[in-house]
Every structure is written in structure tokens, then in C-alpha cells.
Design a protein around this ligand. Structure first.
Ligand code: HEC
Ligand code: HEC
Ligand code: HEC
Ligand code: HEC
Ligand code: HEC
Ligand code: HEC
Ligand code: HEC
Length: 344
């Protein structure tokens, strides 16, 4: 009875929340309000957008781009978007249903029974279209090839697997009842069964606590999508493009200790909240090891001879991602020497 009262109160206090926040607050949030209020509005929560949520396409209803013999038009009218490729004589028009990316956007398109990753993407830095990251080398010879990179099979299941929730069941794409973005159940396996029981007052099958994982296990957990150290090493991904793989970069830093929770991803980031862009926010995280008081206990991390605050601004440099559309924060925490080559 009590729970239904909580639910009712929450439903009435939902005015002003987005549809996703409302849904989250009235399900898990009736008991876990702290996480449910903020998580849907994080980059991860918004890693994929359906047409009705896509504020970017509404704000930029006519995006154009030319590349070689082909021109691109991404046009939004009355809530529906078309991705139109033409070569001057013929054109192909495909409805945009699936937008991946919370800020930059790449579209997953279905045409002639095949799935494609769009050749062009929207970038907030230029507020316009440009070639999709990684597609610079593609030289399309037909209109079909100009749509984008074919991603039939694993290409599309992994794409939805990382950017949506419950879209992949038994390694197969299932687009009947998925949720766009990384939702609660993606990280908390078994949460739906727990929810159903919890509503009946049975809390016996709550999902395993992730807060108790070691920093190494958390790196691998986040690395399912952000790519693990092992995957990057095995794939041989070298050079500045690997700056986006934080679990790999962090493991290369002298600060990393797989058993020390002070250097775990969740020591610095609450996955239910928007990432903090203030360098000062992270100071306490560094000082948990690098201060006189902390250095009493092993590991004996040294104290900075140069500054007492904004640690990450010097020791976690921003690295422009090849292609120039993004900047990532290097998680290989270190003394940065001017002019040194990018450490792999
Ligand atoms: C009716 C209240 C209720 C609802 C609804 C509910 N939970 Fe819970 N949840 C609990 C309680 C109580 C616990 C602690 C149970 C225990 O101590 O074992 C818990 C535990 C958890 C834990 C483990 C926390 C930890 O680290 O130990 C997670 C994760 C979790 N819930 C996620 C969810 C998600 C996701 C949803 C929605 C799909 C949800 N819960 C819906 C009451 C609820
Ligand atoms: C199911 C896949 C998945 C898992 C698991 C996952 N992430 Fe993410 N994460 C993403 C995706 C996809 C994005 C990109 C969202 C976007 O910009 O479109 C992202 C973005 C982020 C961002 C925000 C980046 C920004 O530019 O603001 C942070 C911080 C983050 N993740 C941290 C974590 C941490 C910490 C963990 C582990 C506790 C984790 N993620 C686990 C998929 C995942
Ligand atoms: C293994 C998991 C994974 C797969 C597969 C994946 N992504 Fe992502 N994607 C991420 C993560 C994590 C981020 C967050 C940025 C970061 O830290 O690298 C991201 C970011 C993005 C962004 C934001 C811009 C950027 O590049 O940072 C776009 C757009 C995007 N992905 C599109 C796609 C599309 C389209 C596909 C499939 C065709 C895809 N992704 C496949 C995990 C994945
Ligand atoms: C990207 C992965 C990710 C997503 C998405 C996610 N969580 Fe979590 N959650 C974690 C991790 C990691 C922890 C352990 C660290 C912590 O407590 O923040 C956690 C902890 C929790 C806890 C235990 C908190 C405590 O204080 O013990 C609850 C409850 C919870 N999550 C609920 C939710 C709900 C509800 C949602 C959806 C609105 C959600 N989570 C979405 C990764 C995630
Ligand atoms: C010691 C603190 C610390 C740890 C540990 C840490 N991060 Fe970060 N992370 C940061 C800082 C600082 C930023 C940059 C914030 C800003 O924009 O100024 C950041 C940014 C990010 C971003 C946004 C994209 C970018 O490059 O700016 C993602 C995604 C992310 N971290 C994921 C992770 C993951 C996954 C882990 C675990 C492998 C992790 N972080 C561990 C401090 C940390
Ligand atoms: C888990 C504890 C821990 C945390 C948290 C931590 N470090 Fe470290 N760090 C160490 C240890 C141990 C070393 C190796 C001994 C030393 O040089 O102090 C180290 C080394 C360093 C070095 C010297 C690296 C070199 O190339 O010689 C710098 C700079 C540094 N850390 C900065 C930071 C900053 C900035 C943060 C926060 C963003 C941070 N650390 C977070 C434990 C930690
Ligand atoms: C203005 C840039 C800057 C800021 C901000 C900064 N550092 Fe440093 N730090 C440096 C430089 C440069 C060195 C190398 C000094 C040298 O080798 O003489 C250094 C050295 C270090 C070392 C290695 C010390 C040793 O004896 O080997 C650690 C550890 C460290 N910093 C941690 C931190 C922490 C923690 C913070 C925040 C409280 C911080 N730094 C803030 C620039 C900075």
C-alpha cells in the first residue's frame, strides 16, 4: 500500500520533467529517486535518440554537405527526418529513425534490406555535417555506397548494444521493445525482475551491488562499451585515437592500482550524473592519494611541487581526436612534458 502512495506522490510531482525522466522516476525512482532523477539526462542516458526526442534535428532542420560527386541533405519537417543522398541525377531518401550520440550524431539507416552507418554526421563543434569519424578513407563509387558504411550483422548489433538498452537479445537485434540510450537495466542486470518483485514488497532478488567491484573490475565493466585495456592491446589500436578508451589509458598511468578503489572509474564519476567539467571537482579525488595525510598509508603517492589545485588541468591533458571534431581527456595521468610525443 505504502509504495503505491509513494508512486502517486511522485506522479503528481513530475511536472516539468522530460518523458524519459518521468518514466524512470515512476518505475525505479519510486524507491531509488536519487539515481532515477538524474540518470536519464546524462550523456549515457541519451546515447541514442528517437525522432521525437531529437532536439538537435529540430533545431537544425536543414543540414547540407558535399563530398566528391555526392551531396547530402538531412531535412526535418513536422517531426520526421529524411537523409537524402544524391549524385546530381538520382537520389536516395531514407527516413532517420535511429540517432546515435547525445551531442554528435551518427544515423543508423535501413535501405534495400541493408543497414548502414551514415557517411555524414552532425557535429556540435561546427553545428553542421561532416564525414563520420573513421570514414575518411571510404571512396564510394555508387549512390548506395555513398549512403555510408554497411553494418549488417555484428556491426549493427554491437552499435545498438552499446547505445541502447534491451535492443539486443541473444546476440540478435530486437527492436520491438527496446529503450534508447543506456538505461538502468543495461548496467544493473536483473533490475526488471527485481522491480516486479519489489513492487510486491519482495526485495530478495535485488541486482548485485556494483559499488563493491575492484577498480580493475569496474574498468572492465565500463570497458564493455568504453573498451577495456585488453581489447585495445589485442586490437593494436595505437596513436592519439586511443585517447577515447579511458580504461586503457588509465591502466597505463602510474596512478592505477587494480585493487585500490580510489582510482576506480566510479571514484571520479557517478554514472548516474552528468560528467563534471570543472577541474576543481576532481582535486579531492587526486588528493585522496597525493597528500601528506594520505601518503601515510601505502601506496606512497608523492605531493605535487607545483600546485595545490586543478590537478587534472595539467596532468590529464585534453587531446584532440584525429579528425578534429572532438577533444578527449587523457586518462593516462602523468607529468606532461612539453613537446613529448603521445605516449601509447
Ligand atoms: C519498491 C521499491 C523498489 C523499486 C521499485 C526498485 N527497487 Fe531497487 N532496491 C530496493 C531495495 C529496498 C533494495 C535493497 C535490497 C537489499 O538490501 O538487498 C534495492 C536494491 C537495488 C540495487 C542494488 C543496490 C546495491 O548496490 O546494493 C540496485 C542496483 C537496484 N535496486 C536497482 C533498481 C532498478 C534499476 C529498479 C527499476 C528497474 C529498481 N531497483 C526498482 C527497492 C526498490
Ligand atoms: C552499455 C554501454 C556503456 C557502459 C556499460 C558504460 N558506458 Fe559510459 N557511455 C556510453 C556511451 C554510448 C556514451 C556516449 C554518450 C554520447 O555522447 O552519445 C557514454 C558516455 C559516458 C560519459 C560521458 C561522456 C561525456 O562526453 O560527457 C561518462 C563520464 C561515462 N560514459 C562513464 C562511464 C562509466 C564510469 C561507466 C562504468 C561505471 C560507463 N560509462 C559504462 C556507454 C556505456
Ligand atoms: C563497444 C561499444 C560501442 C559501439 C559498438 C558503438 N559505440 Fe558509439 N560510443 C560508445 C562510447 C563509449 C561513446 C562515448 C565516447 C567515448 O568516450 O568514446 C560513443 C560515442 C558515440 C558518438 C558520439 C561522438 C563520438 O564519436 O564520441 C556517436 C555519434 C556514436 N558513438 C555513434 C555510434 C554508431 C553509429 C555506432 C554503430 C554503428 C556505434 N557508435 C557503436 C560506444 C560504442
Ligand atoms: C552506466 C551504468 C549504470 C547505469 C546506466 C545505471 N547505474 Fe546504477 N550503478 C552503477 C554503478 C557502477 C553503481 C555503483 C557505484 C555507485 O554507487 O554509484 C551503481 C549503483 C546504483 C545503486 C546503489 C547506490 C548505493 O548508494 O548503494 C542504485 C540503487 C542504482 N545504481 C540504481 C540505478 C537506477 C535506478 C538507474 C536508472 C535510472 C541506474 N542505476 C543506472 C551503474 C549504472
Ligand atoms: C582520477 C579521476 C578520474 C578517474 C579515475 C577516471 N576519470 Fe574519467 N574523467 C576525469 C576527468 C578530470 C575528466 C574530464 C572532465 C572535464 O571535462 O574537464 C574525465 C572525463 C571522462 C569522460 C568524458 C570524455 C572525455 O574524455 O573528456 C569519460 C567518458 C570518462 N571520463 C570515462 C572514464 C572511465 C570509463 C573511467 C575508468 C576507466 C574513468 N573515466 C576514470 C577523471 C577521472
Ligand atoms: C589510488 C591512488 C592515486 C590516485 C587517486 C591518483 N594517483 Fe597519481 N599516482 C599514484 C601513485 C602510487 C603514483 C606513483 C608514485 C608517485 O609518483 O607519486 C602516482 C603518480 C602520479 C604522478 C607522477 C607520474 C609520473 O609520470 O611520474 C602524477 C603527475 C600524478 N600521479 C597525478 C595524479 C593526479 C592529477 C590525480 C587525480 C586526477 C591522481 N594522480 C590520482 C596514486 C594515485
Ligand atoms: C600548473 C600545472 C600543474 C598543476 C595544476 C598540478 N601539477 Fe602536479 N606537477 C606539475 C609539473 C610541471 C610537475 C613536474 C615537476 C618537476 O618534475 O619538477 C608536477 C609533478 C607532480 C607529481 C610528481 C611529484 C614527484 O615528486 O615526482 C605529482 C604526484 C603531482 N604533480 C600531482 C599533482 C596533484 C595531485 C595536483 C593537484 C593537487 C597537481 N599535481 C597539480 C604541474 C602541475
Amino acid at each position: 500500500m505504502k509504495i503505491y502512495k509513494v508512486l502517486l506522490v511522485l506522479m503528481f510531482s513530475c511536472a516539468g520533467l522530460s518523458a524519459e525522466q518521468k518514466q524512470s522516476v515512476t518505475t525505479c525512482g519510486s524507491c531509488h529517486q536519487k539515481q532515477a532523477l538524474t540518470q536519464p539526462d546524462t550523456q549515457m542516458g541519451r546515447a541514442m535518440q528517437l525522432p521525437e526526442q531529437n532536439e538537435t534535428l529540430k533545431a537544425y532542420p536543414k543540414l547540407t554537405f558535399h563530398r566528391g560527386a555526392y551531396s547530402y541533405l538531412v531535412e526535418t519537417r513536422e517531426g520526421t527526418t529524411q537523409y537524402i543522398v544524391s549524385d546530381g541525377t538520382a537520389s536516395i531518401s531514407i527516413p532517420v529513425l535511429w540517432s546515435m550520440g547525445a551531442q554528435a550524431q551518427t544515423w543508423v539507416l535501413e535501405h534495400g534490406g541493408h543497414m548502414y552507418e551514415s557517411m555524414v554526421s552532425y557535429y556540435p563543434l561546427t553545428r553542421g555535417l561532416d564525414v563520420t569519424v573513421g570514414d575518411d578513407g571510404l571512396a564510394p563509387k555508387t549512390l548506395e555506397e555513398a549512403i555510408g558504411r554497411p553494418i549488417d550483422g555484428e556491426g549493427v548489433t554491437t552499435c545498438f548494444g552499446c547505445h541502447a538498452t534491451n535492443a539486443v537479445i541473444d546476440h540478435k537485434l530486437n527492436l520491438t521493445a527496446f529503450k534508447p540510450g543506456v538505461g538502468c537495466e543495461h548496467c544493473h542486470i536483473g533490475a526488471n525482475a527485481h522491480f516486479a518483485n519489489a513492487m510486491k514488497g519482495d526485495f530478495s532478488n535485488s541486482p548485485p551491488s556494483l559499488g563493491n567491484l575492484s577498480s580493475e573490475d569496474i574498468s572492465n565493466f565500463c570497458g564493455q562499451c568504453h573498451r577495456s585495456w585488453e581489447l585495445v592491446v589485442r586490437a593494436g589500436w595505437r596513436g592519439p585515437a586511443n585517447v577515447r578508451f579511458q580504461p586503457y589509458r588509465l591502466a597505463n598511468s602510474k596512478c592505477f592500482d587494480g585493487a585500490d578503489p580510489r582510482i576506480s572509474c566510479i571514484a571520479c564519476h557517478d554514472p548516474h550524473k552528468r560528467v563534471s567539467r570543472e577541474a576543481a571537482y576532481y582535486d579531492q579525488k587526486c588528493l585522496a592519494c597525493h597528500s601528506e595525510a594520505a601518503s601515510m598509508a601505502p601506496p606512497h603517492a608523492k605531493v605535487c611541487p607545483v600546485a595545490k589545485s586543478n590537478c587534472s588541468s595539467c596532468h590529464m591533458p585534453k587531446v584532440p581526436f584525429p579528425g578534429g571534431h572532438f577533444v578527449f581527456t587523457d586518462h593516462d595521468i602523468r607529468i606532461v612534458k612539453p613537446g613529448e610525443p603521445y605516449p601509447n
